[in-house]
Design a protein around this ligand. Structure first.
Ligand code: G3H
Ligand code: ZN
Length: 281
């Protein structure tokens, strides 16, 4: 159908009772499996190249893979650069055709984050590219470890949006990246407090760790974009192991990766259902 911008998709979603699913891609096969899931569910979808995907593929190839899939997809697809902290990477991604970038200044002071985000927004606007930024910090969590994060202050979110005018704002409200179990405890009160003072499509990071019922709840609360990554990697690798163990004679990696990626498609379809984005094309 089309390669579209983030702004276009989240503007439509955030005031409605659904959110657009955003999935991390790492290889051609998992990216294809995600698009397949979105097509089967007739859902818009955001394909995100994380820093590790960029390290693996390079900006040019990541953009080629995502944009080619997008242009041949029967549903709207955004090509999004995820968690970029380096301006050079962001500007190269814009040049290579990403339709959306996330500038992640969450490790910086409020002032530096605002200043850098404003620059990204200025350049992005001239190319018609969307911008997501983060205020507060969604940290990392390994299984069993304490969630490391800094919850977003409502007044910081308000001030940050007023000064940057980003198209989507990532906030920290109880999730952490890379959770292996769906045990995140979302601070819904904090979400409400933020939404009382700022009107912008919100983004939830670290959503592999969010319980199913909370994903559905959050998708109806003016979140435009829900980021999901870890669960897809976990399921893909698990399936590859299973196929290899059960087929000692297997000699074709195309068969292996294609068959294993069906498990990714199934997870994608399940998350789309929870986010109520099925049929929103
Ligand atoms: O930016 C990517 C997401 O926040 C993914 O988080 O890998 O914990 O699902 P996750
Ligand atoms: Zn994230």
């Amino acid at each position: 159908m089309a390669l579209v911008t983030l702004k276009e998709l989240v503007q439509r979603a955030y005031k409605s009772d659904y959110a657009v699913p955003a999935f991390n891609i790492h290889t051609y096969e998992d990216a294809l499996a995600i698009v397949k899931g979105a097509e089967e569910m007739r859902s818009p979808v955001i394909l995100m190249a994380s820093p590790s995907a960029i390290k693996h593929l390079g900006i040019k190839l990541a953009a080629c893979i995502i944009n080619d899939l997008a242009m041949n997809a029967s549903v709207p697809v955004v090509s999004h650069l995820d968690h970029a902290t380096d301006m050079d990477v962001i500007f190269k991604a814009m040049k290579e055709g990403f339709t959306s970038v996330m500038y992640d200044g969450s490790n910086l002071s409020f002032e530096e984050n605002v200043q850098n985000t404003r620059l990204v927004v200025k350049v992005a606007r001239s190319f018609g590219i969307s911008v997501e930024a983060e205020i507060g910090r969604v940290g990392k969590s390994e299984e069993g470890e304490q969630l490391e994060q800094i919850l977003t202050e409502p007044q910081s979110a308000k001030g940050f949006f007023e000064q940057t005018q980003v198209d989507a704002l990532a906030i920290a409200v109880g999730t952490a990246h890379a959770m292996q179990r769906q045990e995140a405890q979302i601070n819904f009160e904090r979400v409400r407090q933020i939404q009382e003072v700022v009107d912008v499509p919100l983004v939830l990071h670290g959503s592999s760790g969010v319980p199913d019922e909370d994903l559905t709840k959050i998708s109806k609360m003016r979140f435009g974009k829900i980021n999901i990554g870890t669960i897809l990697k976990t399921v893909y690798v698990k399936k590859i192991k299973e196929i290899v163990l059960n087929n000692p004679g297997l000699k074709d990696q195309i068969v292996l990766l294609k068959d294993a990626s069906m498990a990714v498609t199934e997870i994608v379809k399940g998350k789309i259902k929870l986010l109520n984005s099925s049929g929103r094309v």
